[in-house]
Design a protein around this ligand. Sequence first.
Ligand SMILES: NC(=O)c1ccc[n+]([C@@H]2O[C@H](COP(=O)([O-])OP(=O)(O)OC[C@H]3O[C@@H](n4cnc5c(N)ncnc54)[C@H](OP(=O)(O)O)[C@@H]3O)[C@@H](O)[C@H]2O)c1
Length: 289
Amino acid sequence: MKTILVTGASGFVGSRFVQRWGGALRILAPTHSELDITDEASISRYFADNRPEIVLHMAAISNTMQCEQFPQESYKVNVVGAKNMAHATAASKARFIYFSSEQVYNGNRESGAMNEDVALSPESTYACQKLEAEQLVQELCPDAVILRVTWMYDIAQTGLSTHANFVVRILDAIAKREKIYFPVREFRGITNVHEAVELLPYTFELPAGIYNYGAENSLNTYETACCFFEMLNTGLKCDDIIAPDVERYPEHERNIAISNAKIFRASGGCICFCDTLAGLRIFIDRFSL
Ligand SMILES: NC(=O)c1ccc[n+]([C@@H]2O[C@H](COP(=O)([O-])OP(=O)(O)OC[C@H]3O[C@@H](n4cnc5c(N)ncnc54)[C@H](OP(=O)(O)O)[C@@H]3O)[C@@H](O)[C@H]2O)c1
């Protein structure tokens, strides 16, 4: 059994990965203070002491607003940190699995599901940092697997980190009987984090390269929210809670919806995501929402 080092193990995805796979796989899950990815000496020591064979690099400043407000601080973690980890992984001949983001597509003007080989011109700080990190990871670790991950959701659970996500925001708005706005000019996949975590071990065996990772979705985010709301059968009127935001993204539609055909093929069909609506239906049933 290979030893898997998970960075960002206290985060939204990392904590669920450790919870799901901790009993079945040999996982190292250092805290931020035990392994600071911005500190090269700390990384060298950690690799020498623990000799990981697979590095699942999830640590990041993932809050996009925080990246806009503090670009230098987030650069240090999202770009320099990723570079440091890729460098140490290459030196120890381990396999690097890097968590990038669908946001790298946010400057694209094409419609339809994005493929991995489209030319990119990201517009936000977070997206630019993720793309720069992808490029550094590929240079330093040609054998790396890079996952362009969609927006993920879960409800809050004890012991697991959760930030405001699609499902939490809607459930919260319903509980408070408040209106919540979703953009009509945004297209993106929205994925059950448990599905993403369940399929992650298959990524360890993928051929090197860049892969979209998560659910496909042809609806805009407002339509997706309305569909989810109706699935919940609250007895409330959808219009009283879910409202269209028609102003967001005035320059061009934000289309970061992915095609996941490449990873499906490369994994021999093992990495097969439900589409966004099917994933939400399964999620409602699983948690009896
Ligand atoms: N969540 C999503 O929907 C989503 C979508 C697309 C891509 N992604 C990407 O997927 C990955 C995981 O996302 P997430 O939502 O789980 O992120 P998250 O909840 O924000 O967790 C980030 C993790 O990084 C750690 N970290 C930050 N700075 C660090 C440093 N200098 N050294 C070591 N650890 C550090 C944090 O530890 P502390 O809290 O202790 O600082 C935390 O465990 C990220 O790369 C993110 O960009 C996420």
